[in-house]
Design a protein around this ligand. Structure first.
Ligand SMILES: *Cc1c(COP(=O)(O)O)cnc(C)c1O
Length: 428
């Protein structure tokens, strides 16, 4: 499989390794697979592990040139050392729990695979040594990346997060590392952090003396492994209930949702992909007007979805021939903070579940579609957002072990202004 940049069919196709190392194409566009291979779902039996899905699916995407030397099975076995269980809640609803990884959010899946990938690419000589991984985070990405790369030899990590705009426990997960992980609290918004990360990655002087790789959600090293749990959950659901479910995906930068769309296009039984957003209305406006226009980010209770310019939007548009086809496969549902609050408050009585604010958007969307078969993607553990969740449900949320370990660690953080030039001079 080779990768082309959106809007330039056929030209400059690159391997998976090259796409991951480069991040964006020379003309600044996203890479996408040349085609989406069809998979025969009969190859999978019930109870197959994620690592087995990885063997069958990823080997179709990672096979060109030096990519073929990557030990995919070994990488997946190490990366996916936790499960993504599908839990049925009633006859036409299941929840896909994506928060059992070390930092209790679905981003562990992509970040841990990317970490294995870069290490293995270094071992076979297709990635440079040392490498600096750069990531801007609106909440959960940084923690997952930090945890995944912690103490990896020949790799260090620079994390940029907006000071004061993430939950205390999210911040703890970014800053509890030290060693090869450096976290910077930027005095600005997530968009400032993203701009600074871009400035670092495209600074040609800097690149002459240091190797950089992006770990943001544009990275195919994060995006491809996210197909695995969508594929497996859809197949499990279909075998249990005989009907392809709608996949309800709490959405910000569209990384998780594009992975679901690609899994659907491979032939896994997904009826539709629901892009469930918070009050950031960019996607809803795009579906209404059939043109993409970014909006300034607004802060919401579901902060990891506070995105006004979703970075994977071109991959969504490229996956279909136009809006007629998009509307057959994908829909948008926008959820306000008030609706998030109500959904969390009623979560235990209605569903027997404590929702995190992100997952609550999908649970709300589920309640709007009473007759459909749906999978709610639970993207984070509610204990990460206890200051929002606990007052609404009137009880404490038990803290998973990995989170309590992190909460007890000392933190390392630098406060910096949102000035790329100064940042590069001073810290890189
Ligand atoms: C990152 C994140 C999202 C949004 O995922 P995208 O791939 O950016 O669309 C949703 N929920 C949680 C908990 C997240 O961390």
């Amino acid at each position: 499989m080779r990768y082309i940049s959106v809007g330039s069919a056929g030209q400059h196709a690159v391997t998976f390794t090259q796409a991951v190392l480069q991040g964006l194409s020379k003309n600044g566009n996203l890479f996408v697979p040349e085609h989406i291979p069809k998979i025969d779902a009969k190859q999978f039996v019930g109870g197959d592990s994620l690592a087995r899905y990885a063997d069958v699916i990823l080997s179709q995407f990672i096979d060109e040139g030096s990519d073929a030397q990557l030990p995919l099975s070994q990488m997946s076995a190490r990366a996916f050392n936790f499960d993504t269980p599908l839990k049925f809640l009633n006859p036409n609803t299941a929840v896909l729990e994506l928060f059992h990884g070390p930092t209790c959010a679905f981003k562990d899946m992509g970040a841990r695979f990317l970490s294995e990938l870069i290490s293995q690419m270094q071992k076979i000589g297709s990635a440079p040594m040392p490498v600096t991984v750069v990531v801007a985070t609106s909440g959960d990405t940084g923690g997952a990346v930090a945890g995944a790369f912690y103490l990896k030899p020949d790799i260090d990590v620079v994390i940029l997060f907006p000071e004061g705009k993430i939950s205390k426990r999210q911040e703890q997960q970014l800053t509890a590392w030290g060693d090869n992980i450096r976290a910077y609290a930027v005095q600005g918004s997530f968009d400032d952090c993203q701009r600074m990360a871009k400035d670092i990655l495209k600074d040609s002087h800097l690149r002459q003396r240091r190797n950089f790789v992006s770990a943001n959600s544009i990275s195919l090293g994060r995006l491809l492994p996210q197909m695995l749990y969508h594929a497996r959950a859809a197949l499990q659901y279909f075998r249990e209930r005989g009907i392809p479910p709608v996949m309800l995906v709490p959405t910000g930068n569209l990384g998780n949702a594009v992975a679901a769309i690609w899994a659907k296009q491979m032939g896994f039984p997904i009826a539709k992909v629901g892009l469930i957003t918070n009050a950031n209305r960019t996607l809803e406006e795009m579906f209404l007007t059939e043109t993409y226009r970014p909006f300034p980010t607004v802060s919401t209770l579901a902060n990891a979805m506070d995105v006004g310019a979703p970075s994977n939007v071109d991959r969504l548009l490229q996956a279909f021939s136009g809006f007629v086809e998009i509307n057959k496969n994908v829909f948008v549902c926008t959820v306000t903070d008030q609706q998030i609050r109500e959904t969390i408050s009623q979560g235990i009585s209605r569903w027997g579940e404590v929702w995190c604010p992100h997952t609550a958007t999908a649970a709300f969307a589920r309640e709007q579609l009473p007759f459909e078969h749906c999978i709610i993607c639970a993207t984070a553990h509610p204990a990460k957002f206890e200051t929002i969740v606990e007052p609404l449900i009137g009880q404490q949320v038990p803290v998973p072990e990995s989170l309590s370990w992190m909460i007890s660690r000392p933190t390392y953080v630098n406060r910096v202004s949102a000035d790329s030039k100064k940042f590069i001079e001073r810290y890189l």
